[in-house]
Design a protein around this ligand. Structure first.
Ligand code: AMP
Ligand code: MN
Ligand code: MN
Ligand code: MN
Length: 276
């Protein structure tokens, strides 16, 4: 049975390893099929493709798109996209453009909470001129002693109701799915267990996602507990969605689930890769 890891990040977004290092680590860890899914960008795929040369690793072109749905932010994983698709590229560029203004607003919100110069501080951790994320602010807040580690940051800062959080309008769910399909890819709702919605809103989300043409959900994710994995396997069956699996690896010291560390998919679901 092949080992799949269909969600991870490089220095082209908020990962700590460059695409070559991600690919090498995946090979060392026995991954057979890897999707590099940087936030709102496909820039790392050229390097990742060069890095698989001479190995048997299969690289899937991916990205993780930021989406606004009702009053929450969702992430939609694109798998098997053509990274040159003009419609997808302009959509991703539009999402990325919004990040800089948002980062300045986050820095203002942190300054109001007594933490000055956070924009410059976060920029020290940015590794792509195209993308700044909350992870970069989180690393700065750890450096300044405001939290033990980045996980701790996201309990005290940068989340709804805490200092440094600002609302932001990303792409719509319909747009994201359309861009992904336009690029020949499959749309997968990332880490559905992470969204702060009640059971009814979750069912509405899954129904809307499916009706818009969404292809699958991440049943296996490092964000999920065993109970959530079982729940989302059931939801996948009920809603007729395929099942995906991804570590969401960001790098050593920041991710406790390493590349390729996910267990096999639960029985009874249709893998997102069934027709690959
Ligand atoms: P952004 O896309 O700028 O909103 O940043 C989102 C990123 O912040 C995620 O992709 C994670 O890398 C990181 N993040 C969000 N919540 C957490 C958390 N609870 N623990 C660790 N990292 C988190
Ligand atoms: Mn991230
Ligand atoms: Mn995510
Ligand atoms: Mn991710």
């Amino acid at each position: 049975m092949l080992r799949y890891d269909l969600h991870c990040h490089s220095t082209y977004s908020d990962g700590l390893l460059n695409p070559t290092q991600v690919v090498r680590r995946a090979i060392e860890r026995g991954v057979d099929v890897l999707a590099l899914t940087d936030h709102d960008d496909v820039g790392g795929l050229v390097e990742a493709r060069a890095a698989i040369e001479g190995s048997s690793l299969q690289l899937i072109h991916g990205s993780e798109l930021s989406v606004s749905w009702r009053d929450i932010t969702l992430h939609v994983i694109a798998l098997g996209i053509d990274p040159a698709c003009a419609e997808l590229c302009s959509g991703l560029a539009a999402i990325r453009d919004g990040r800089t203004g948002r980062a300045h607003r986050m820095a203002e919100a942190l300054a109001a909470a007594g933490i000055p110069d956070a924009y410059a501080g976060a920029m020290k951790y940015v590794t792509s001129e195209r993308l700044i994320s909350r992870s970069h602010f989180a690393r700065f807040l750890v450096e300044m002693g405001h939290a033990h580690d980045t996980k701790d940051v996201f309990t005290k800062y940068l989340v709804s109701g805490r200092p440094g959080y600002v609302c932001h309008e990303w792409a719509s769910l319909a747009q994201a799915i359309q861009w992904i399909h336009c690029a020949g890819g499959q749309a997968v709702l990332a880490h559905p267990g992470r969204y702060k919605v009640d059971a009814r809103a979750l069912r509405e989300l899954l129904g809307e996602f499916r009706d818009l043409g969404g292809d699958g959900i991440e049943v296996l994710s490092s964000s999920h507990t065993a109970a959530q994995t079982a729940d989302f396997a059931r939801y996948a069956r009920i809603f007729g969605l395929r099942a995906s699996s991804g570590s969401d690896y960001h790098g050593p010291g920041e991710s406790w689930v390493d590349l390729g560390d996910m267990p096999p998919l639960p029985v009874g679901v249709v893998p997102i890769w069934r027709d690959w």
